[in-house]
Design a protein around this ligand. Structure first.
Ligand code: UDP
Length: 315
């Protein structure tokens, strides 16, 4: 298939590009490098199945090729990034979604939206199933991301209902792995970079809030399988092994040999207290389940961050 992928230079976008190409598809990657990095896709520049368009998908894209699917993965996704780029975040989930859905109609293509567990907000139902409507603060600091993705889901379903556009929606839960930005403020890069510097890990709040972490290869495997089944979703994708942030920090210290004490700082506003996906729909639909355990995934991720850390400290 010919696939247009926005956010191709991002963390998940770049791994997905690799996977799609290795599955025999052609990919036109689009990115404006607002949070993505050319380095994540530079190995693909000489690949005949890959072409790259440096563009902001908030503007209509001029695409001459035939397209079978548009995959919309462009968006700031870490709390620091989306709070620093609130308008871009809001526009990439609204104006860009309209533009890309119009392009999908013009090309008779499908539209695949990367949505997020953040649409559940600080959930009052645990674990989170796809039919839960969420508990989102519409004016809080995270609202620029949460509401943007909720709006993107609504626009996609409106196109499906009104124009019969073929759409697919996934809700991505916490995902980690190589190519995450080292300084995006999320718990994985923060803890690993702190641990590599033998510094105390910064625990926000009491550290008893939970997350469930999925290794990126499991995520892109599920995404490509979902592309091949006849289903709209939304479908949760992630790992359902839930743990406290405190336990997560202990694991990182153990794997890196960091002996520093942890420090506790205030919990950011509206930080979800719990998050764990119900994966029943994904497992049934995709005949899939996450196979990389936390320790294995973290070991690979720490290897990547070590190289990044060395690059940074050589400067
Ligand atoms: N967190 C933390 N220390 C950090 C960074 C994050 O304790 O240095 C916590 C954060 O408060 C949240 C969890 O780790 O409860 C996951 O945060 P992240 O920003 O990675 O993603 P989120 O799941 O909140 O979008």
């Amino acid at each position: 298939m010919n696939i247009l992928l926005t956010g191709a230079a991002g963390f998940i976008g770049s791994h997905l590009t690799d996977k799609l190409i290795s599955n025999g598809h052609s990919v036109i990657g689009v990115d404006n490098f607002s949070t993505g990095k050319a380095e994540n896709i530079s190995h693909l520049f000489s690949n005949a199945s890959f072409s790259f368009l440096e563009a902001d998908c908030i503007e209509p894209l001029d695409i001459k090729n035939d397209i079978d699917w548009i995959l919309h993965f462009a968006s700031p996704a870490s709390p620091i990034d989306y709070m620093q780029k609130p308008f871009l975040t809001l526009k990439v989930g609204s104006i860009a979604v309209f533009n890309l859905l119009d392009l999908a109609r013009e090309k008779k293509a499908g539209f695949f939206l990367a949505s997020t567990s953040e649409i559940y907000g600080d959930p009052l139902v645990h674990p989170q199933e796809e039919n839960y409507w969420g508990n989102v603060n519409p004016t809080g600091p995270r609202s620029v991301y949460d509401e943007s993705k909720r709006f993107a889901e609504a626009v996609s379903f409106a196109y499906k209902r009104y124009y019969k556009t073929k759409i697919k929606i996934i809700r991505i839960f916490n995902t980690f792995g190589p190519r995450m930005q080292i300084n995006d403020g999320r718990v994985v890069p923060n803890f690993i970079m702190q641990a590599l510097a033998n510094k105390p890990l910064t625990i926000y709040g009491d550290g008893l809030q939970t997350r469930s972490f999925c290794y990126v290869s499991d995520m892109v495997e599920a995404i490509t399988r979902f592309l091949n089944v006849e289903d709209t979703g939304p479908v949760n994708l992630g790992n359902d092994e839930e743990m406290t942030i405190l336990d997560f920090a202990r694991q990182i210290n153990e794997l890196t040999g960091n002996k520093s004490e942890m420090v506790f700082t205030p919990l950011p506003r509206d930080d979800p207290k719990k998050r764990k996906p119900v994966l029943g729909r994904a497992k049934e639909l995709l005949d899939w389940q996450p196979v990389i355990g936390l320790k294995e995934g973290l070991t690979k991720t720490i290897e990547y961050f070590k190289k990044e850390y060395e690059k940074n400290s050589n400067h």
